[in-house]
Design a protein around this ligand. Structure first.
Ligand code: FAD
Length: 286
């Protein structure tokens, strides 16, 4: 059992419009209640949405009082492009980056100069030394393109050895997958913190679509229960809060160092989970 306080963080995607930006501002203001270590902002590989990541990160870093952590994916980019982004973030005083390979948008063929996340981590260390705290992605249920669980774990080890400080997992609903992954890491001598990524359940159709794409498994019993609620959004949310809340409690009780919430730019689902966890822990202040 760990005996330090768990850390919490929240992930946002860059808004598409001015109204979305205003809504996101209200979202991060409300989510400051969980005293997060940082707010992260996703980044689309090789796309026109990148500019929105930059403006969202700058605003959070400047106005929120919480550290902003941009995601940075390397696929489809040149070293010179990545270097320019890193220098810009450094100039803004940003100290934390989530380093990813990303996925090429359909129609884009050229993988660019850095093909995998371990090469990106290496490059960040080469260009900026220890300036950034680097988080990488981890896959307790195995990345969908990995030829085997062993190959995926070896890839994770490459990212750690290249200089990653911590990892955030893809979301999952099988707690055992996380603890098994941690056992594997321990056996390989990989001792960086691995923070479970938590996806609140609010909309079953959307969740099923996402999960198919990213290789996260929704266990049969959970799928069946959620399908059984049909269009009853309120029951889906209530059941989701119960199931995911219990999972968060089990993860922290079993030694997970914190939780990273995939907020989908919404306040209520992540805040309710955090409140539920905080109520069960004497070491956390509400
Ligand atoms: P990698 O670690 O490079 O692994 C990708 C695949 O390649 C794996 O199957 C791995 O086993 C394999 N592999 C790695 N190295 C080698 C090698 N040398 N030879 C052969 N195979 C190898 N996507 C975005 O576009 N934007 C985001 O902001 C974003 N944020 C994310 C945040 C988190 C916490 C997570 C978990 C995922 C995020 N993603 C994001 C999705 C991510 O980009 C995809 O899952 C992507 O397919 C893999 O990225 P990675 O960094 O894990 O890649």
């Amino acid at each position: 059992m760990r005996n330090t306080q768990p850390s919490f963080s929240c992930e946002f995607f860059p808004p598409k419009s001015e109204e979305g930006a205003a809504r996101l501002r209200a979202t991060w203001q409300a989510l400051k209640a969980m005293q997060p270590s940082y707010f992260s902002v996703t980044f689309g590989a090789g796309g026109s949405t990148q500019e929105r990541t930059f403006t969202t990160v700058a605003e959070i870093q400047r106005d929120s009082g919480i550290e902003a952590a941009p995601h940075l994916s390397c696929i489809g980019s040149t070293r010179a492009q990545i270097r320019a982004i890193l220098e810009d973030y450094k100039a803004q005083g940003i100290r934390r980056i989530v380093a990813l390979r990303g996925d090429l948008p359909s129609g884009m063929r050229d993988p660019g100069e850095l093909r995998y996340a371990n090469e990106l981590v290496e490059f960040i260390r080469e260009v900026t030394g220890d300036w950034f705290h680097i988080e990488v992605a981890a896959y307790p249920e195995i990345h969908p393109q990995a030829p085997s669980a062993k190959a995926d774990l070896e890839n994770f080890a490459r990212k750690v050895r290249a200089g990653a400080d911590a990892a955030i997992t893809q979301y999952f609903y099988n707690v055992d997958a996380y603890f098994r992954f941690m056992d594997d890491c321990e056996r390989m001598g990989l001792d960086i913190p691995v923070i479970p990524g938590i996806m609140p359940i609010t909309n079953y159709t959307q969740l099923a679509r996402f999960s198919d794409a990213c290789g996260a498994e929704i266990p049969r019993w959970l799928r069946k229960r959620l399908e059984g609620f049909g269009d009853d959004a309120e029951s889906i949310r209530a059941y989701g809060l119960d199931v995911v809340g219990e999972m968060c409690e089990d993860l922290l009780a079993g030694g997970a160092p914190g939780l990273h919430f995939y907020t989908m730019n919404q306040v209520e689902p992540s805040l309710s989970l955090w409140q539920r966890v905080a109520h069960t822990r004497p070491d956390m202040e509400l």
